[in-house]
Design a protein around this ligand. Structure first.
Ligand SMILES: Cc1cc2nc3c(=O)[nH]c(=O)nc-3n(C[C@H](O)[C@H](O)[C@H](O)COP(=O)(O)OP(=O)(O)OC[C@H]3O[C@@H](n4cnc5c(N)ncnc54)[C@H](O)[C@@H]3O)c2cc1C
Length: 404
């Protein structure tokens, strides 16, 4: 039986990141995942500024930056009007590229095993991990990072509690401008026009040479509009968001439209000796709120930078030790932010009561004000620069002629 400090069940974003971080710290780690290369999967497709700052703490940000496409400038439209052009802070990359880029950073000292974890026997000292290839691993700690797969957690006596079924539906596609070379915007976020349409926003951002679209809707999978979106995407999209046509223009879809519902769930009875849950294995986030990657990154950063080095430095792996991770104030704040945002974005989008109508308009005016200020400042800045460079060149001329 192989002896390891840490065994990681699952090699998605959370598991791969944990494997790379722990092995770089010299910790003896094995990551187990059935896919030698992470396959194409419709998931998080961009890393925003706050997420990138957490990624920096993991030491993996440079590799992700190199593999992704910066959006340069992001246009924002609300109520059908373009209200802001803000500096871009998003890095676009497909989920499989993100995971495989991180996997490529796992040092050779880590063992990556192509199999499924079929069972875990836990104790306050060592854990036994059973694999689908018949092997067994003995580890001091098991990180369960197997995402949505609930079977393993069931075997550990943990339960999944769905708190909001089909909380939102995510739609992804590659948009191609029809009859012209490019879209007029580098990146665009267009917010839903009417609560009745139940669309929080669509975001368009570059990945390589493609313009990727992520669209979200609060609906159910039987909604006939979803079929229209698959069959005639342009007509379906502009029927819900007529103001988008002026900004986006005619387009076609390269490949197919991906549609995926997401349930919000939490795991119950997760406090066990020798086992810790991270990422979607612990709880899911609403993709529209864009907090899933943030939660994964926060979980893994805190676990691998703060808790695991401390746990391994002392004997045993009792439940009290593991509890320190779940009680971590940074993790807890991130989890609370994620769930609060999931519900508030939904109310912000669909709720027609006065407080939410006021909030929608307040947000519009706030963003419009910011956009106007930015435009005014930008209009002044080149003049100032011109004036500066004029003064500088005059000074240079004066100095040169004085020397001459
Ligand atoms: C449609 C969609 C859109 C999203 N969009 C966004 C977004 O825009 N922004 C954002 O921040 N978040 C978004 N998210 C959320 C984000 O993508 C997830 O939170 C994140 O990918 C979870 O990563 P993970 O590592 O926990 O799980 P995963 O990436 O699912 O990894 C789980 C891994 O475990 C492996 N596995 C499963 N069972 C076993 C087993 N028994 N043994 C070994 N390995 C196993 C799987 O093969 C997989 O590799 C989105 C999610 C979805 C579904």
């Amino acid at each position: 039986m192989r002896q390891k400090d840490v065994a990681i069940a699952g090699g998605g974003l959370a598991g791969s990141l944990a494997a790379a971080m722990l092995a770089r710290k010299g910790i003896d780690v094995a990551m187990i995942d059935p896919h030698p290369v992470y396959p194409p999967d419709f998931r998080c497709e961009k890393i925003d500024g706050p997420q990138m700052r957490i990624l920096e703490k993991t030491g993996l940000a440079d590799a992700v930056l190199r593999a992704s496409t910066h959006d340069r400038e992001s246009w924002v439209a609300r109520f059908g009007r373009l209200i802001e052009k803000r500096p871009g802070d998003q890095q676009g990359l497909m989920y499989d590229t993100l995971v495989n880029t991180i996997r490529a950073q796992i040092p050779a000292t880590a063992e990556v095993i192509c199999a499924k974890v079929t069972d875990i026997t836990t104790s306050a000292e060592r854990q036994i991990v059973k694999l689908s290839n018949g092997e067994e691993i003995s580890a001091r700690l098991v990180i369960v990072a197997n995402g949505l797969n609930v079977g393993l957690r069931g075997k550990l006596g943990m339960e999944r509690e769905t708190i909001s079924a089909t909380h939102s539906i995510s739609i992804g596609f590659d948009a191609v401008p029809a009859g012209r070379a490019a879209f007029q915007f580098p990146a665009l976020t267009y917010y839903g026009e009417q609560p009745a349409e139940r669309i929080p926003y669509i975001t368009l951002f570059p990945i390589g040479t493609a313009m990727r679209a992520n669209l979200f809707i609060y609906s159910d999978m039987q909604d006939p509009w979803l079929r229209q979106m698959r069959e005639t995407p342009q007509e379906a999209l502009f029927a819900k968001l007529p103001g988008l046509r002026a900004l986006m223009g005619d387009f076609t879809v390269a490949g197919f439209v991906q549609i995926r519902p997401v349930d919000l769930y939490v795991t119950k009875n997760y406090q066990k000796a020798g086992v810790v849950l991270v990422g979607d294995a612990f709880a899911t986030s609403c993709p529209a709120a864009g907090t899933g990657a943030r939660r994964v990154l926060t979980d893994v950063e805190r676990l691998c930078n703060v808790h695991i080095p401390h746990w391994l430095a002392t004997p045993g792996m009792a439940v009290e030790k593991i509890g320190a991770f779940y009680d971590d104030p940074v993790k807890q704040a991130c989890d609370t932010f994620s769930i609060t945002k999931a519900y508030s974005l939904r109310s912000f989008t669909v709720d027609r009561t006065l407080p939410w109508v006021v909030r929608r308009w307040a947000k519009f005016f706030m963003q419009w004000g910011k956009g106007t200020l930015r435009r005014v400042t930008a209009a002044r800045t080149p003049r100032r620069l011109d004036a500066d460079s004029e003064e500088t060149s005059q000074a240079l001329v004066r100095r040169t002629s004085a020397r001459g």
